[in-house]
Design a protein around this ligand. Structure first.
Ligand SMILES: [Zn+2]
Length: 481
């Protein structure tokens, strides 16, 4: 079942289901329903912990999956948007993370099996379970404290660990696809993708992976500040099944960004917008008919391979969208190019006609005495102003080097790059992480959401070691000097 989804996507547009949360609301569940028998004594409020319903009210979750399958969904998402140790900490339920993912995938698989039994005419039509990874409530590229822009509430490694546990549960529960969705911060998504790669490698399996970002408003950027193309460049190191957008915007407002992805992405393209924009009460009013018109417009334009709905959408929305998808042609992928695509908050493409790339070299402790002094003194504010001057002066990439015997280079690299991330005037350009030490390069890569360049890797530890390390860094362009 896993391997045939690419073939299916060549033939037709696949439909992904609608919102789980909106549909759960219609059941008007109370605190006691969320708790069930097992958590009746739990010390924290549990109402609103929708993922928990996979354990306490599995029949409801399964019924919703079946509603969407009946409406015409080809892909149903597991009820696991917040099922990581990180997001479950709000309820003190970190220890349930694996079980939530495993059970949710299992319920979705059962829903597919029961649906096929009830509707034998669909016995041979493939239906897929997508194990869903949400963004969590902590971001790697942003500080929750305005007075301390270099602070992070979580580390890359902690997030990788949480996502790896989620990946295990989703895979072992039977997911056919993995879906990293509602991406506010591309660095969080990179942590999820890295965790997925590690788990698949450990299990010696291949899983189709979908990625879906979220453009938060009319500025056309993610919450962490990236444009659509910059986001695409950041995640293109993985051999994805699809890339797309979901949530935050209605179909109409999502259109320009989908057109851009459709033009540029070397993968299949997906979209599952909200049912319009929320009203003053935070509810979604756009009905299936109205949403259908907006979706029809870009399906007819040939932008998509996978389509569905996010917040506010119900089985009736999905039914209408499925009817339109059925009579629309799937998007054809553009021919892949071999250009070097980089990104900070904005994309940079190195083209043959551009003879050189202007790299700012002043934020390099081995090249600038002033920069070295500032870092040694801990004067990061002034050190940042050097980076800003470089970008203002036309640098297309900034080189950051902390290789100095007297410095804790890993710590200095981490601190400086985290500070750069909170300065959009600097972080709009890609970063060149410059070090002869793998540990410093890795520390740096864990701080950049864009697609970076790694500079100055030496092969003095031998070719084998080099190849092994280079494989770990596959989300970067390598520059050998
Ligand atoms: Zn949504």
């Amino acid at each position: 079942m896993n391997s045939d989804i690419k073939k299916e996507l060549e033939k037709r547009i696949l439909v992904i289901d609608g919102a789980m949360g909106t549909t759960i609301q219609q059941y008007k569940l109370e605190e006691k329903d969320y708790r069930g028998k097992r958590f009746s004594e739990w010390p924290k409020d549990l109402k609103g912990n929708n993922d928990l319903l996979s354990i306490t009210q599995p029949q409801i979750i399964k019924a919703i999956h079946k509603e969407y399958l009946k409406a015409g969904a080809d892909i149903i998402e597991t009820n696991t948007f917040s099922a990581t140790t990180v997001a479950m900490a709000d309820y003190g339920m970190e220890s349930l993370a694996y079980e939530l993912n495993y059970e949710s995938a299992k319920i979705a698989k059962e829903a597919v099996a029961e649906f096929k039994k009830e509707f034998p005419e669909f016995a041979d039509v493939p239906k897929y379970v997508a194990g869903a990874f949400g963004p969590t409530n902590r971001t790697l590229s942003l500080s929750p404290n305005v007075n301390d822009p270099g602070f992070r509430a979580i580390t890359f490694d902690e997030l990788v660990e949480a996502y790896a546990e989620q990946a295990k549960g989703l895979i072992e529960g039977g997911s056919d696809i993995l879906l990293v969705e509602t991406i506010f911060d591309t660095l969080n998504a990179k942590a999820a993708l890295f965790a997925i790669q590690n788990v698949c490698k450990e299990k010696n399996i291949k899983m189709p992976v979908m990625v879906s970002g979220t453009i938060t408003d009319a500025s056309g950027r993610t919450l962490s500040g990236q444009t659509t193309e910059a986001f695409l460049n950041s995640i293109s190191h993985v051999d994805l099944l699809s890339v797309g957008l979901n949530c935050a915007l209605g179909a109409k407002d999502m259109r320009p960004y989908l057109e851009e992805l459709s033009d540029k992405a070397p993968f299949f393209v997906s979209a599952y917008p909200n049912a319009g924009l929320p009203n003053q009460f935070g509810e979604y009013d756009q009905d299936a008919h109205a949403m259908g018109h907006e979706v029809e417009e870009f399906l007819k334009a040939g932008f998509l391979n996978i389509v569905g709905g996010c917040c506010g959408t119900t089985p009736s929305h999905i039914k209408r969208i499925a009817e339109i998808a059925k009579v629309s042609k799937p998007r054809k992928k553009p021919a892949p190019d071999t250009l070097m695509h980089l990104s900070g908050l904005e994309p940079v493409t190195l083209r043959p006609e551009s003879n050189f790339m202007n790299v700012g070299e002043r934020t390099n402790v081995t090249g600038s005495k002033k920069f070295l002094r500032l870092i040694k003194e801990g004067n990061y504010e002034e050190a940042l102003s050097i980076a800003k001057d470089q970008v203002d002066g036309g640098a297309q990439v900034i080189d950051v080097n902390m290789d100095e015997g007297m410095l804790d280079s890993e710590a200095a690299m981490t601190k400086f790059l985290n500070l750069i991330a909170s300065e959009p005037d600097i972080s709009r350009v890609p970063i060149m992480i410059d070090s002869s030490k793998w540990s410093v390069i890795e520390a740096g890569l864990k701080c950049v959401q864009g697609k970076a360049i790694v500079n100055s890797i030496s092969m003095k530890e031998g070719e084998e070691k080099f190849i092994e390390q280079a494989k770990k860094l596959n989300n970067t362009a390598l520059l050998l000097l």
